[in-house]
Design a protein. Structure first.
Length: 242
């Protein structure tokens, strides 16, 4: 389905982004796998893609590193851009630090904004841009999640605005909002079996999310059938948040 198309996945080395890289690659796309620190994980994804994928690196909390990465990609035409990289940190009221505040906002909000800003000249007419948001942007949860949730609500706001801004180029911009997904990001939280089981029970469909759930929706948004959808944030949480 994606033969002849090029896809850049920001945060493609692990977790949900890894699943997206593998699915896009399986559908024939040329995948460019981005990573931050974990070169080994990115190389593993490249290996699973048959060794032909390109690998690029940048800390998206550092705008100049994003610019340097896109300088390396000059001349590439992007049909698909998935902005998946992000961090989860607790930010309890009265117990947070400036370092944590900056890390969450710089990575989850400013990072995606600057990625899209730098990617814009490379995006093909009719390209698909997909942000990975979270249902945490839609609900309040006690327990130090305010800033993470705020950055994800902001990603949804970026999505709506970019959709209108890029519509003249027929570029579709959407977000996907997963609920809990079993990845490195949630591994610590779910290392306690009781916490895991409690979270699983709150999923009406009886299981936690896996990266493939999100990857399948990315594929749909890249397809002809997804061709009249823009500016949306699609809840892919198995009924965890409705
Ligand atoms: N897991 C969940 O339950 C869940 C739920 C809803 C939404 N999400 C969102 O889905 C996205 C992916 O989450 P995940 O669970 O797959 O996380 P993960 O397994 O921890 O993977 C994080 C990915 O982001 C990259 N990354 C982290 N910080 C970065 C930085 N400063 N600059 C550039 N890249 C950076 C990592 O690169 P390295 O491998 O090089 O470190 C890795 O590829 C995030 O935006 C997250 O907020 C996750």
């Amino acid at each position: 389905m994606l033969h002849g198309k090029t896809a850049l996945v920001i945060g493609g080395s692990r977790g949900i982004g890894r699943g997206i890289c593998l699915r896009l690659g399986a559908e024939g796309a040329e995948v460019i796998v981005h990573y931050h620190r974990n070169r080994k994980a990115a190389d593993e994804v490249r290996g699973l893609l048959g060794g032909k994928a390109r690998v690029v690196q940048a800390d998206i909390a550092q705008p100049e590193q994003i610019e340097a990465m896109f300088a390396q990609l000059a001349g590439v035409k992007l049909d698909v851009l998935v902005i998946c990289a992000g961090v989860w940190r607790a930010s309890p009221v009265g117990g947070s630090t400036v370092a944590v505040m900056n890390e969450i906002v710089d990575t989850n909000l400013k990072g995606p904004f600057w990625v899209l800003n730098c990617a814009s000249p490379l995006l093909a007419h009719g390209a698909r841009v997909i942000n990975i948001s979270s249902v945490a942007g839609r609900i309040g949860v006690a327990g130090g999640r305010s800033l993470y949730g705020a950055t994800k609500a902001a990603v949804d706001a970026l999505t709506r605005n970019w959709a209108l801004e890029l519509a003249p180029r027929r570029i579709l911009v959407n977000a996907i909002s997963p609920g809990y997904v079993t990845t490195d990001m949630t591994a610590g939280h779910f290392s306690d079996p009781a916490v895991y089981e409690n979270a699983r029970r709150r999923h009406p469909l009886g299981r936690m999310g896996v990266p493939e759930d999100t990857a399948g929706v990315v594929l749909f948004l890249c397809s002809e059938d997804g061709g009249f959808i823009t500016g949306q944030s699609i809840n892919v949480s198995g009924g965890f948040v409705v």
